[in-house]
Write a protein that binds this ligand. Structure first.
Ligand SMILES: [Zn+2]
Length: 308
């Protein structure tokens, strides 16, 4: 047993790989890093630079045609629009490779060392096998889960997706895998309007506040533990906040903190199951509310890391 810093993968391209004119709030990554640097938790955080994911690693969850056309910069306009990080720039390719590499490295580190790790981006649960959607190019959750089992010899991985939107791409890519559990707690009337079928879908009605939301989160955590996973991939989107412009729930900042605490407590502290944190969505106006909630998330993760 030893105290360890929380390793978080981060790259400048997480922000700068997206065009400055894009509607997506690209500044959130840089702003969050600045905020963490100013916080007391900074002493317990170690920033790591992600490598680029390889083509072969992408192919464990995506079709050859889609991967090769993306890497060559040959997606058509319709495909780019469906992903939505437009106007598209050439830097999107390396951004995506680094973002996916960060997920892979955070997953490998969590398996090798136990504890909690994180990628300060991603949670790209709307990416399907042969197309991207909803700000997601490739599916880092699906790739990481398959990588953990097929290449790193884990028996079972659970994906706990608490973003306000359903993990539709994750569900479809992994629908035939009995060794990977997909759980999605999301607002019933949000994007995507055509839902996929996860192993467990837990829809929450619009305008639900802290207590109703946290009851469903508790249910999801119990389902996750019953599966007895060797690793949990936690999609920790904060777009369920009442201030969010894309989510329709009414969860408070404190409610989000309680949610994270429940996850880290029940899965990591009580059961010693390693957790990889994937950042997920957050679109508050102003964006500062989103940054607050993400700062809380990584601060809590750093605090729990100290308990290893
Ligand atoms: Zn979302």
């Amino acid at each position: 047993m030893h105290n360890q810093k929380l390793p978080i993968w981060y790259h400048d391209l997480y922000t700068n790989g997206i065009d400055v004119k894009a509607r997506f709030p690209r500044d959130r990554y840089q702003k969050l890093l600045t905020r963490l640097k100013q916080s007391e938790s900074w002493d317990y955080i170690e920033i790591k630079s992600p490598r680029k994911i390889t083509r072969n690693e992408l192919l464990i969850a995506h079709s050859i045609d889609y991967v090769d056309r993306f890497l060559a910069g040959n997606l058509d306009i319709k495909e780019e629009k469906r992903i939505g990080l437009t106007p598209w720039t050439a830097r999107m390719i390396e951004r995506t490779q680094r973002l996916m590499g960060g997920a892979i490295e955070a997953t490998e580190y969590a398996i090798q060392n136990g504890g909690i790790t994180g990628n300060m981006a991603g949670g790209t649960h709307h990416a399907h096998r042969d197309f991207g959607s909803g700000y997601c190019v490739f599916n880092d959750l699906a790739v990481s889960a398959i990588h953990a089992i097929d290449n790193l010899r884990l028996d079972k991985v659970a994906i706990l997706d608490l973003d306000v939107h359903q993990g539709d791409g994750t569900a479809t890519i992994l629908q035939d895998r009995d060794d990977i559990l997909t759980i999605s707690v999301h607002c019933s009337t949000n994007f995507p309007f055509r839902k996929s079928v996860s192993d467990y879908d837990i829809p929450v009605e619009p305008s639900t506040g802290d207590n109703g939301y946290l009851q469903q989160v508790e249910k999801a955590i119990q389902l996750c533990l019953e599966f007895e996973p060797d690793l949990v991939l936690y999609q920790a989107g904060v777009d369920g906040l009442e201030t969010d412009s894309l989510g329709k729930l009414s969860v408070s900042r404190n409610g989000m903190m309680r949610r994270n605490e429940m996850v880290f407590n029940s899965i990591f502290e009580a059961q010693s199951i390693p957790i990889v944190v994937f950042m997920g969505g957050g679109y508050s106006k102003p964006i500062e509310h989103t940054i607050d909630a993400f700062e809380d998330l990584f601060t809590q993760a750093a605090q729990f890391s100290q308990k290893l």
